[in-house]
Ligand binder design. Sequence first.
Ligand code: SAM
Length: 281
Amino acid sequence: MSAPAQSGLYIVATPIGNLGDLSRRAEEILGIADIILVEDTRVTGKLLNHIGKKSKMMVYNDHKSTADRDSILDAMGCKIVALVSDAGTPLISDPGYKLVRDAQAAGLYVTTIPGPSAAIAALTLSGLPSDRFLFEGFLPSKAKARTEALGALKALNASLIFYENGSRLGAMLADAQAILGDRKAAVVREITKRFEEAVTGSLSELGDRYGSEKPKGEIVVVIGPPGPPEAASEQDIEAALREALKRLPASKAAGEVARAFSTDRKALYDLANRWKADGTA
Ligand code: SAM
């Protein structure tokens, strides 16, 4: 970034543990920013201290009033405003969404200095399929709401990523096993820090381990996708065909059931006609 930086909003990712992960661009923008919007001045103050900068900090969260946000937007018109969170990527289970939305709506310059995020780092360490994933953030802490949230994810054919804390981990793993089944999972802890670990196993194995042990530090849970559906039995297919025949003519019923069970339409059509012929449909 050799040309003078443009005024606007710079979304700056910061390390999730190891300060060596602060990128050169992030360091440069934090050094020249007129204002750094932070969650906690003590946390970002340490980072600024580490890079030897003294940029002005202002506490920001998405619960700020519209008037407060408007005055920040005004500043962006002529100043370099950086947005950081305590750790990782702003907006990812952290403040910033409303600010970015409003800055873009106001036609202001908005850019990102990408970097660490615990969700992606945990996925890469989990040993679970990484081609499709859903980031859920923190599950609700109340059991009923948590089981409902897990239920809504059950049918997704994707790895699931959750932020958690040590005291809730055992209950969360038990609920996940009850609702999602005994899938493969990983508890990834203290990424990029001294005690980094990725413990992998089935949800029941991890639930046994963390039911009693309350691990310290910061935690991400990654749960693998559901396994392939169990092959349907002949009885299941016949029951589906009988049900479909109550609603549809034989050809359509055979087509519907063949699609649902990935099986042979012609064989189902012949079966439906045999049932009709001998009066057992
Ligand atoms: N915006 C951040 C990011 O991009 O990673 C996440 C902020 S969220 C408020 C904080 C949660 O992220 C923690 O409670 C923990 O679940 C997870 N987390 C952050 N740093 C971590 C680390 N070093 N190791 C494991 N999990 C971490």
